[in-house]
Ligand binder design. Structure first.
Ligand SMILES: CC(C)(COP(=O)(O)OP(=O)(O)OC[C@H]1O[C@@H](n2cnc3c(N)ncnc32)[C@H](O)[C@@H]1OP(=O)(O)O)[C@@H](O)C(=O)NCCC(=O)NCCS
Length: 144
């Protein structure tokens, strides 16, 4: 197996699901008690209004993703952003957000919900803190 130093991994960013199968979506939803399967992950991406995928060119595997849902006119919501642990701290998460915000640039509202420790990450990318109200049905965490 060819050893490629982490810093030299080439990452390709894509906004389409062309050629993406569940097999290329392994390892996400780290720490979730009842995570969506890769097949359900693919359905989530297929149902989204916009996506950005980070793909390791050497393996073809998806190593990061962000998705947005929206009304097509006024508002969009970003439910998920994740970079696989082995690929974190290399700027991939920031690049996924930047590319998603470009896609959503015409919308009045672009919202997401995050834990306080990640707020500074999003603030650096131009977002600002706000309050949110949510429902979480944990018996549905793996997908409806
Ligand atoms: C958040 C996340 C997408 C960032 O991806 P990434 O590729 O590492 O992001 P970048 O390399 O562009 O930026 C990393 C910086 O973001 C900040 N950051 C990221 N996650 C953080 C966290 N949980 N707490 C505090 N700071 C965090 C740090 O400043 C970090 O800097 P460092 O690399 O010097 O430590 C990634 O940590 C992840 O997938 N986490 C698990 C899922 C998650 O929390 N998603 C966000 C849901 S709202």
């Amino acid at each position: 197996m060819l050893f490629v130093p982490r810093g030299l991994r080439m990452i390709d960013y894509r906004m389409s699901l062309d050629g993406i199968t569940a097999e290329r979506l392994q390892g996400f939803f780290v720490g979730w008690p009842d995570p969506p399967s890769p097949a359900t992950h693919l359905r989530i991406l297929q149902g989204s209004a916009a996506i950005v995928l980070a793909i390791d060119e050497s393996s073809g595997q998806v190593v990061g993703f962000i998705n947005a849902i929206g009304d097509g006119v006024h508002a969009a919501f970003i439910p998920n952003l994740e970079v696989l642990p082995a690929y974190q701290h290399q700027g991939i998460g920031s690049e996924l957000v930047r590319r998603m915000l470009v896609q959503l640039t015409e919308y009045y509202a672009v919202d997401l919900v995050c834990d306080p420790d990640v707020q500074s990450f999003y603030e650096r990318l131009g977002m600002r803190p706000a309050r949110a109200m949510v429902i979480r049905r944990y018996d549905r965490q793996s997908g409806a």
